[in-house]
Design a protein around this ligand. Structure first.
Ligand SMILES: [Mn+2]
Length: 344
């Protein structure tokens, strides 16, 4: 039986269906949830599907159809335990990706279905469609459920699907090898849904005045370092005060702007990092690198984090050993200046 047939059979047998995705939801997480919500509502109107994301609302995507149906919750385990007969987990294959309270998850009486494009070996869901050679979960949803039913692709669902594909491929930058299928698939979806790509891309790139203010601070705090052992690097940071003025979502969006526009794009500086607070007691350090420069995944691992070869991150508590963010920066910088790091 194909994934689609199995998926449809599980939906037919269910009534209450929870659709969830990862914490700090991005365009792919949100679009995946909406694409599944739309699919079930369209084909199985008697079912009761609900989307839950453990996050503050990510309003950047509020132009998407059915966005207002997303339930933004503080504790996902509280919401979905026992109340649903099917749980659909999207854009992640480990329970810990979906909630800070994942250890409280109790799916014993529920069917679990997972669709994801992250490489993982360690999942135990009733039905899984996992393919790391695809650039977004949204694309995987399109190819596994929507393809062959072009009548399903309205303007609204085409916009949802394209938002997932465009954002997770970095506006079609990260599409090596098989992932380049994102291009013909996007063309197909855009033509079926009559999407004006230029205005959709503008909607996705828009930032707010507040985000621009934070971005300016990141530029002001930019520091360039010439290391004898390693490639030249740059870094920047935000201090804790930023939390008193701006929301976490605004801070993350400004951080992303900085990572996309600065961290890999200054001539002769092929890698670097940015430090931002996640709360008053925790800061994150995000590393970015380009081909041939430092393997930042190994670097992040030295500090207990992880990620990809060219994009990785770790977190530091603010405690007696790391009293200020500057203590953490000097810790990271000292390691970089004193040890030859591995190249990607
Ligand atoms: Mn994704």
């Amino acid at each position: 039986m194909s994934f689609k047939e199995e998926f449809n059979n599980y939906i037919k047998k269910s009534v209450n269906i929870a659709i969830i995705s990862h914490i700090t939801p991005d365009g792919d997480a949100i679009a995946s949830c909406l694409a599944i919500l739309f699919y079930i509502k369209k084909l199985y109107p008697n079912k009761n599907p609900k989307v839950f994301l453990e996050s503050d609302p990510v309003l950047d995507f509020n132009f998407l159809d059915k966005f207002s149906e997303i339930n933004w919750v503080k504790n996902l385990a509280d919401k979905i335990n026992k109340n649903f007969d099917t749980i659909i987990l999207l854009d992640g294959s480990e329970n810990k990706r979906f909630s800070r309270f994942h250890s409280d998850f109790n799916f014993d009486d529920a069917t679990t279905i997972c669709i994801d494009h992250h490489p993982n070996t360690n999942f135990t869901y009733n039905l899984s469609e996992v393919n790391p050679n695809v650039s977004s979960t949204t694309q995987l949803i399109y190819t596994s459920l929507y393809i062959g039913a072009p009548g399903l692709i309205s303007h609204q669902i085409a916009e949802i699907l394209l938002v997932g594909i465009i954002t997770d491929s970095g506006f079609f930058q990260y599409i090596e090898g098989e992932k380049a299928k994102a291009l013909p698939i996007s063309y197909k979806i855009a033509s079926l849904g009559k999407i004006d790509l230029q205005s959709l891309v503008r909607k996705l790139k828009l930032f707010t005045e507040n985000e621009l203010k934070i971005y300016r601070t990141l530029i002001d705090n930019l520091t360039f370092i010439k290391s004898d052992l390693n490639d030249k690097l740059m870094y920047s940071f935000l201090s804790l005060e930023v939390l008193n003025q701006f929301t976490l979502v605004e801070i993350e969006n400004a951080e992303n702007l900085f990572k996309e526009n600065i961290l890999r794009l200054v001539k002769n500086y092929n890698w670097g990092f940015v430090l931002t607070p996640k709360s008053h007691t925790e800061v994150s350090v995000s590393f970015r690198s380009v081909k041939g420069s430092i393997n930042v995944s190994l670097l992040a691992k030295k500090f207990g984090g992880g990620g990809h070869v060219y994009a990785a991150a770790c977190r530091f508590p603010l405690d007696s050993t790391n009293r200020t963010h500057l203590d953490i920066i000097s810790k990271v910088v000292n390691l970089i200046l004193s040890e030859k790091l591995e190249l990607a």
